[in-house]
Design a protein around this ligand. Structure first.
Ligand SMILES: Nc1ncnc2c1ncn2[C@@H]1O[C@H](COP(=O)(O)OP(=O)(O)OP(=O)(O)O)[C@@H](O)[C@H]1O
Length: 355
């Protein structure tokens, strides 16, 4: 049993066109920058936005498309938004029981189901509290319980953790991940946050300007980004390049000139990727085993704990790269915006793969 959807919705000059397939018990994350069309796609699955084309089919039944448009209440959907919108005048239990009640379940059964769901999310002891007496994290768990208490086939989460403060977020994320592992239905989660996606989802779909630019398992995407936005999300430097195409060359020609990689340069059109931590910085041109060396200018330096993210503009084309170095190197090299230096990456740290 599964979700099979092709969401096509016109939004002004942009058309959102996103295929989505989810199997039972699986979690798909949709990622993308602001305005990419993520919420539009989610709302189309929920029935809040009509399709301009495509289809939404669940377990073989058509929810939308082919002249059909089921109303949201006629879809077995649970929707959770960043702002929980619990009923302020009802306690947590009554808020959660509202879902099954509104679908015709008798009061006693609805409350039993609500209590079960609150317990499963670790907030059973808050059953009698009104939303105003709940922390953000607690309220979001109650809202998740409300989305799940109708036993939806399809759970839709729209930035479920984005309104939480950084101290609360990891706890709610862990609770959500545990609950999703036990949930038998299908989940689509929209998020900006790569950590949410990597910890919650089995499959990632990246959307930009309404279109899918890359999808795959978290491991695939992290190792082999195929789009600058995806590379930025997973924290890798990515360059488009051209290899020899003969299997003989060992360098890929990029905006930085030839880059020597550990995979050779056999592919005609190739991506070249390396981690910021693989970029070493020097105040004089290094001599030695480092095969890839470029002149660079520091754009900015951001200290995060014991390490620093250094944005660089590299080579004649001023190509942006990110280096991650120790706080000690920042002091030793006196790194600041405008500092001119050398950046080096060992060939063994650089991967290349077909574009
Ligand atoms: N009701 C609407 N009518 C027309 N255009 C809309 C409507 N809602 C959103 N849009 C536009 O559609 C595009 C996609 O918006 P959407 O909210 O789906 O993006 P998103 O990826 O969820 O972005 P964000 O991360 O900022 O929430 C945007 O350009 C937005 O301005």
């Amino acid at each position: 049993m599964s979700l099979d959807a092709l969401v096509r919705v016109r939004r002004g000059v942009m058309t959102v066109e996103v295929p989505l397939a989810v199997d039972d018990g699986r979690v798909v994350a949709v990622l993308g920058p602001n305005g990419a069309g993520k919420t539009t796609a989610l709302h189309a699955l929920a029935g809040l936005v009509p399709l301009d084309g495509g289809h939404v089919r669940v377990d073989g039944a058509t929810w939308a498309g082919d002249g059909v448009h089921r109303a949201p209440e006629d879809r077995a959907v649970g929707l959770l938004a960043a702002d929980h919108l619990l009923f302020p005048h009802l306690g947590a239990l009554a808020n959660v029981a509202f879902g099954p009640r509104s679908r015709g379940v008798d009061r006693r059964s609805a409350e039993r189901r609500a209590r079960e769901e609150l317990d499963a999310l670790g907030v059973g002891d808050l059953a009698g509290r009104r939303p105003s007496a709940l922390s953000h994290g607690q309220a979001q768990r109650v809202a998740l319980a409300r989305a799940l208490a109708t036993d939806p086939r399809l759970l839709l989460l729209d930035e479920p953790l984005s309104a939480l403060d950084p101290a609360t977020r990891p706890h709610v994320r862990a609770g959500l991940a545990a609950r999703l592992r036990a949930y038998a239905g299908m989940t689509v989660v929209v998020t900006h946050d790569p950590l949410d996606a990597l910890t919650l989802a089995d499959h990632l779909v990246f959307v930009e300007d309404g279109r899918v630019v890359q999808e795959g398992s978290p491991a695939e995407v992290v190792q082999r980004p195929r789009d600058p936005y995806v590379a930025q999300v997973v924290g890798l430097n990515l360059l488009a390049g051209v290899g020899s195409g003969t299997g003989a060359g060992d360098a890929v020609t990029t905006a930085l000139g030839p880059v020597v990689t550990r995979d050779g340069g056999a592919d005609r059109d190739a991506w070249v990727a390396f981690a910021p931590s693989a970029v070493a910085l020097y105040d004089e041109r290094p001599h030695g085993s480092t095969r890839n060396v470029w002149s660079a200018t520091v754009g900015s330096v951001e200290l995060v704990g014991q390490s620093a993210r250094v944005r660089l503009l590299v080579g004649a084309a001023q190509t942006p790269l990110v280096a991650e170095v120790t706080a000690g190197s920042v002091a030793g090299l006196r790194l600041q915006a405008g500092t001119r230096l050398w950046a080096g990456v060992k060939a063994s740290e650089v991967t290349s793969y077909p574009r």
